[in-house]
Design a protein around this ligand. Structure first.
Ligand code: ASP
Length: 291
């Protein structure tokens, strides 16, 4: 353990509605940052803190992930999540997972108990069953936004993927992302969130989690692009993040990202109206905000 300062970043999605009241989300993210700080200061591993924090974001129902997800065109709730460990670059993900309460927990199980990176659809659900993960008995009771997306244009609705990055006392980074996807999505649609290199990334330099128009984030390979601009192009974090996000805009997409380096540098850029976000800086300063 090198005992370096710890740091952590959360996002709750880049789709808040202008003028909306996000008091609860801001307080919730702040509480999670404080809990994460205590875990990290006590020597907790970045990977554990990321999974615990995202599981809490999923369980809250305040974001479009986990309990707060919205249904696909066939009325089913298909959830995506991913996890990546910086030092080893191991990764685990689930896509279009139906019937399980915590997609990030399933992503961790894929990483730790299979030789694969991603399981999708029925195979992901069968695996989650074999792992004994918590099931959703009654979707209409479980999901807090059940029916919210029906008959409304995606542009009228807030979206809110969640993500978390952490830097622990050993200098290890981890990143995770979890989402219900976008409103009005076709059954089977998978966005950037579960795809390492698109909506999530962690290596020995930087950790990234994205939110926004997933199709454009895939086409711009945003998370890997940011990391590779730093690794191969020698770019500073802020410049690399801005350039990757600028490509999303060129492709016609809106969104944002959070990124954290092993030196504890943090950026949280977005080109949308706002982005729910919170951070613990290495000097102990904490922020939680939306606009
Ligand atoms: N990026 C997510 C997706 O396309 C949506 C979001 O971030 O709100 O599935």
């Amino acid at each position: 353990m090198t005992d370096q300062p710890v740091a952590m970043v959360i996002h709750g999605g880049a789709g808040p509605l202008r003028g909306g009241d996000y008091t609860r989300e801001v307080a919730h993210m702040r509480a999670l940052i404080e809990a994460g700080r205590d875990r990290l200061v006590a020597g907790g591993a970045a990977l554990d803190v990321v999974v615990e924090t995202i599981a809490a974001l999923e369980a809250s129902g305040l974001y479009v992930a986990g309990r707060g997800a919205s249904p696909s065109s066939d009325g089913r709730y298909e959830l995506d999540a991913s996890l990546m460990d910086g030092p080893s670059r191991r990764a685990g993900a689930v896509a279009a997972l139906v019937g399980y309460a915590s997609p990030i927990t399933a992503a961790r199980a894929v990483m730790e108990h299979t030789h694969h990176v991603m399981l999708a659809g029925r195979g992901a659900a069968d695996f989650a069953h074999r792992q004994g993960l918590k099931t959703i008995e009654d979707p209409s009771a479980w999901f807090t936004h059940a029916g919210r997306g029906a008959g409304r244009a995606p542009s009228e609705l807030a979206t809110g993927t969640v993500g978390c990055l952490a830097l622990d006392r050993s200098g290890a980074l981890a990143a995770g992302t979890s989402t219900g996807g976008v409103f009005g999505k076709l059954a089977g649609r998978v966005g950037d969130s579960p795809i390492p290199g698109a909506g999530v990334w962690a290596d020995d330099t930087v950790a990234v989690s994205c939110t926004g128009a997933g199709e454009m984030f895939i086409r711009a390979a945003v998370a890997a692009q940011l990391a590779h601009r730093m690794r191969f192009g020698g770019e500073a974090l802020g410049a690399a993040a801005d350039a990757a996000l600028a490509e999303v805009a060129v492709l016609g997409g809106e969104g944002g990202l959070i990124a954290l380096t092993t030196t504890g540098e943090i950026v949280m850029p977005f080109n949308s109206a706002g982005m729910k976000r919170a951070a613990l800086y290495p000097d102990g300063r904490m922020v939680s905000m939306v606009f």
